[in-house]
Design a protein. Structure first.
Lengths: 263, 263
DNA sequence: GAGCTTCCTTCCGCTCCACGGAACTTCCCT
DNA sequence: AGGGAAGTTCCGTGGAGCGGAAGGAAGCTC
């Protein structure tokens, strides 16, 4: 393991990505000058690169502003890990949602964050901070705790060494307390979270274990008032187990005969 | 409108994208040499670029092979048009799926293809050629016909001018026949397709109209044997109308107070 | 174990393309 | 008309990207 840093100078690719990443969940359309500001790149540089990106459909130019293009969407739909996971998980999440009618999440670990890869919710989605493709600190979410508890020890240690990030005033900031909770999670196979990510909401999560390691985790999120945790916990655990089994068998019989796309 | 072509020479960005796009639905993991082959780029070039892409998490290097990285997934989740559409559409598709238990699609037009942005299906997904992020020719699918029928006339004309691509032996290849069908679609607000995309399957689709133009279309796909088209047609049309209304109101009250992501 | 093939990695000098400052053009709002 | 901000085009320079070639590391066959 080596640290590789100290880029002498940002390459063209770096700059292009800085442009693309200048977009965030809230902002859908950015003007050229705003892009330049956010990326701290010269205006003419942004102009030129944005032009290239538009050519490649990674950006779209619409009434005087730029937005992320459909080319990105197409590319990302091929991301293997998440794709395999999502396809397999969708029906299970579906079932979970239909049984409970509460918001359901699926997430994977990426560094010190959970990245949500799937989310199913009803017509009203009450200001949850989660978003498909979005990140939250592992320690603040049920899914994150489930992932962390069943990760390699080094991952856990490294996470606990750094200062814990808080999102709400209920977020756990004491490493020892989190460590105790993780031990509990390992013992029960269930992770709970109470207003640590969103005020007024709690959730229960279960890891999707393949060979003892969490490749993902799923959760159900409900308002704190509802006292339904026991049933929800059972449901989420069942689904997680089902998904894990599905992944295992899918992984065994690698390459089913059916093709994927024609054109 | 000008044709812009004749790139003197592929730029770094071009090459990077060629590498990323070398992955397709079926192939999840590619070795370096295979990448070089698919992209027709020199080995050392691919090696260098792939290294940069890995640094940026657009690629992931796993046991001697490359796969698309989670960075792509994160980026794409911000693609505005599709994102807005998906978030709004999800509940409607959900309802549709729960009511019918058949595979449900949402797609948008991109050039001469439909690009699927959402798909809900049960545990068994019987070899449909559709895939979220995948493309199919407009004329071969219900969603495509719905989109085409309610597109600007120039789009329709241009599409009908070129030779029609066929996927199955039932795919429409006669422009005049397709044109007649499109007129029918415009009249009824419903598009049908029968084994033109997949043998043994038919589907009914309805456009999601905003100011008279289809910004998307949704469909239900069933085995040909089932004689349930009338009910399914009604259901899909209702959902499409609901989504259209939702989009319209969402577009009016631009910028609801709630933020999106914290960290 | 020599010899072949295939795959990956590293090196390095040349070239050419990306770079961004500056000048120019709109298009606002006073 | 004047001031300001956003977007576009130009162009000389330098260094980053380029890729051929050589070097290593496996895994074959005979």
């Amino acid at each position: 393991m080596e640290r590789k840093e100290a880029r002498g100078q940002p390459t063209m690719l770096d700059k292009c990505l800085r442009i693309l990443r200048a977009f965030d969940g809230g902002t859908q359309q950015l003007r050229l000058s705003e892009l330049a500001r956010r990326t701290s790149l010269p205006l003419s540089t942004v102009h030129r690169l944005a032009g290239s990106l538009v050519e490649q459909r990674l950006l779209a130019q619409e009434d005087g502003g730029y937005q992320l293009g459909i080319g990105l969407f197409e590319l990302s739909s091929l991301v293997s890990v998440e794709q395999e996971l999502r396809v397999a998980a969708r029906p299970f999440l579906q079932d979970l949602f239909m049984a409970t009618h509460e918001t359901v999440h699926l997430g994977v670990r990426e560094g010190a964050d959970v990245v949500y890869v799937e989310k199913i919710h009803g017509h009203s989605d009450l200001g949850l901070p989660s978003r498909v493709g979005g990140r939250l600190p592992l320690g603040c979410t049920g899914i994150g705790k489930a992932l962390l508890a069943f990760s390699a020890e080094e991952v856990r240690v490294e996470y606990l060494e750094r200062p814990l990030r808080a999102i709400t005033d209920q977020s756990i900031v004491d490493p020892e307390r989190l460590e105790r909770e993780l031990a509990e999670v390992r013992a029960t196979g269930l992770a709970f979270e109470r207003e640590e990510a969103t005020v007024g909401r709690e959730c229960v999560a279960a890891p999707v274990l393949v060979q003892g390691v969490a490749v993902a985790a799923m959760s159900i999120s409900v308002p704190v008032s509802a006292y339904r945790m026991p049933q929800l916990a059972a449901a989420v655990k069942t689904s997680a187990l089902g998904l894990a089994r599905q992944l295992r068998t899918a992984r065994e019989q690698r390459r089913p005969p059916g093709g994927e796309m024609s054109g």
